[in-house]
Design a protein around this ligand. Structure first.
Ligand code: KG4
Ligand code: ZN
Length: 347
């Protein structure tokens, strides 16, 4: 068979994504976001997201097919995010994927959202060398993984013990009066601030923490430290230097993320680091990862920002790997699994 043509559907949070790939080549990446409907609530409202997926699904599939210049009947397989994510949101994508698979007589692959965030990098940088270390940082997850085989063997090394990195960005943005989702706004504010203006704590980096939580993260203490600092300023009637707080907070997050990722590569004897998830769009994280990897002789792979945030292309990319590896398709009765484990690449 020539390289497989795979359609991927993503609905785990607030983006309805439909991507089409042939092998490692991206043909279409259609995304409809409901983010504007959540902004006034300061976070994603699950029921609103589910309803928006329902409305956006068919038009987004049509848009992706038109962009790729293919018909549903040309597709070799349909992949869909089966978890983890918001239960109701996942259900819409899984039900749609089953319907398309059944109607068109195509095999179905239910895949893991986190593994898909890693797989998307192959669309830009080609096959991923094995083993690789993956740093996965999104609104719902922060994990360090060892990837021996993207289609079968992903081993968690560590994860956040409280807030996800993106969640910390969103909460700090809110404290600073910036809109939701906060990550891109903090990133932009930080460019005109000083990253050394305020010494914010680096979670789980003390000698005792490193013994028990070597590859784990914690961002809730940092978030509280930022809140206390801002409150003290406000109580004193002084203006809050938003750019300096943003830059110093951002530095604390990306310092820990990159230090632990590079340490994992060194200690595991792995020379490739791939960074994925929405927070991988952060300009300072990308720059610091680049310089630290270069200093350590590690090859860094980070997809372009548009492929870091949730999209359907990442799901299609992982589906394409599974088809190429000869994986057995999922059955049509697979569930949406909101708490799917990161080590479960597919269902
Ligand atoms: O991967 P993603 O699109 O959705 C989840 O799977 O959660 O990640 C969304 C998260 C949000 O918390 C958002 O604030 C954050 O990624 N994010 C960023 C940036 N762009 C998106 N965080 C920091 N800097 C950015 N430039
Ligand atoms: Zn994601």
């Amino acid at each position: 068979m020539s390289e497989p043509l795979v359609l991927g559907i993503e609905t785990s949070c607030d983006e309805t994504g439909v991507g089409i790939v042939r092998g490692h080549t991206l043909l279409a990446d259609a995304v409809a976001s409901s983010v504007d409907s959540h902004a006034r609530f300061g976070g994603v409202v699950p029921e609103v997201a589910s309803r928006a997926h329902l409305e956006a699904m068919v038009p987004t599939v049509h848009r992706a097919l038109a962009t790729a210049g293919v018909k549903l009947s040309d597709v070799d397989a349909i992949a869909v995010t089966a978890g983890p994510g918001l239960a109701g949101a996942l259900l819409v994508g899984v039900a749609a994927a089953k319907a398309y698979a059944l109607a068109a007589g195509k095999p179905l692959y239910g895949v893991n959202h986190l593994a898909a965030h890693v797989a998307v990098d192959t669309l830009e940088h080609g096959p991923l060398p094995a083993p690789a270390i993956a740093l996965l940082v999104s609104g719902g997850h922060s994990s360090l993984l060892r990837v021996d085989d993207l289609t079968a063997e992903v081993t968690p090394l560590g994860a956040t013990i409280d807030d996800a990195a993106g969640e910390a960005f969103d909460k700090v943005a809110r404290l600073l009066g910036l809109p939701f989702p906060g990550g891109p706004h903090v990133d932009r504010e930080a460019r005109s601030g000083s990253s050394v203006a305020i010494a914010f704590p680096r979670g789980l980096t003390g000698p005792r923490d490193l013994a028990g939580h070597r590859y784990d993260f914690s961002f809730s203490g940092l978030k509280t430290a930022v809140a206390r600092w801002v409150e003290a300023r406000e109580r004193a009637g002084e203006p809050v230097p938003v750019a300096d707080v943003a830059a110093s907070f951002q530095e604390a997050v990306v310092d820990v993320l990159t230090a632990k990722a590079v340490a994992a590569c060194r200690e595991q004897g792995v020379d490739t680091l791939v960074v994925g998830g929405g927070v991988a769009a952060n300009s300072r994280l990308r720059a610091l990862a680049e310089s630290r990897c270069e200093a350590a002789g590690i090859v860094l792979r980070v997809p372009r920002p548009g492929l870091c945030t949730d999209n359907g292309a990442m799901v299609a990319a992982l589906g394409s790997h599974l088809v190429a590896a000869g994986a057995v398709p999922s059955t049509l009765d697979i569930p949406a699994d909101s708490s799917m484990s990161v080590s479960e690449v597919r269902v």
